[in-house]
Design a protein around this ligand. Structure first.
Ligand SMILES: [Zn+2]
Length: 272
């Protein structure tokens, strides 16, 4: 699933190819995404207009056009790439075609993504309740500590809640909890401030590292044959159940928290 680093990498990959360019047409081959694509509205709003800005909020990409916004989510399996007419593949559902021949092409085999229009994205139902950006100034250990008081929910679910902080998916939550020595099932409200300070630093570190790793795949956004922008990571605990911890040689265990398998080291990670 595309996570925050992949979405950020997508943004950096497509931006130089579309920013400031004029849209000539929009082709929608499949409008049934997670929410129906408002085809005629999007065509009307985009045709002959310029892309004024490309930004990201959580895992949503936002293309600003005449002070209004196209909100794009990649869902479970979506991708955006810069393409040519003849390079059409199965599941390429939407093309935004530019006057200079550039095509921004949306592919989504499982169709869980979205392409929606908003006059004011900050008040859009998908965006209005989102918590702070983990790489922004309002995210900190103190913020996590203050937001978690009296909460009994497992800390892993707490940091994966997009109302608390956006973009911390299962992989990043697992890795950041390992790096900060906190057992994923610990009640969020019982974790001390110094531990949240460490956790916030580790969340930022792992997201930044993933974005850096993703930077090496930027060329894949242009005419590549592969799905662009998704990259292998150097994972220390996620997906390593049954293997030895790199720090202490204990066997990495797994526990179901909510609906998700959560890997942790029983020695390095403390329950609070
Ligand atoms: Zn260990």
């Amino acid at each position: 699933m595309p996570e925050l680093p992949e979405v950020e990498t997508t943004l950096r990959g497509i931006e130089p190819h579309i920013l400031g360019k004029i849209i000539s047409s929009v082709i929608v081959r499949q409008p049934s995404l997670r929410w129906p694509v408002p085809v005629s509205l999007i065509k009307k709003k985009l045709q002959n207009k310029k892309i004024d800005n490309v930004s990201r909020r959580g895992k949503y990409l936002i293309l600003t056009i005449s002070n209004e916004s196209l909100i794009i989510h990649l869902g479970m399996s979506g991708s955006l790439r810069i393409s040519q007419k003849e390079d059409l593949k199965k599941h390429d559902h939407i093309d935004i075609c530019f006057q200079d021949g550039t095509i921004l092409r949306y592919c989504d085999p499982r169709r869980f993504g979205c392409f929606l229009w908003s006059e004011d994205p900050d008040s859009h139902f998908l965006l209005k309740d989102l918590g702070p950006e983990p790489l922004g100034n309002s995210f900190s250990g103190e913020y996590l500590f203050n937001s978690s008081r009296k909460r009994k929910t497992p800390v892993k679910n707490f940091i994966m809640n997009s109302k608390i902080v956006v973009g911390v998916g299962n992989i990043y939550a697992s890795e950041a909890l390992y790096a900060s020595g906190i057992k994923p099932s610990s009640p969020a409200g019982r974790i001390p401030k110094r531990k949240y300070e460490k956790l916030a630093i580790e969340i930022v570190n792992i997201l930044r590292q993933s974005i850096r790793d993703g930077g090496t795949t930027l060329r894949d956004f242009v005419g590549g044959n592969n799905q662009p922008g998704y990259f292998k990571q150097n994972l220390k605990v996620y997906g390593r159940e049954g293997k030895e911890c790199h720090k202490c040689m204990s066997v990495i265990k797994s526990q179901r928290i909510g609906q998700r398998a959560s890997a942790f080291c029983p020695t390095c990670q403390t329950r609070f």
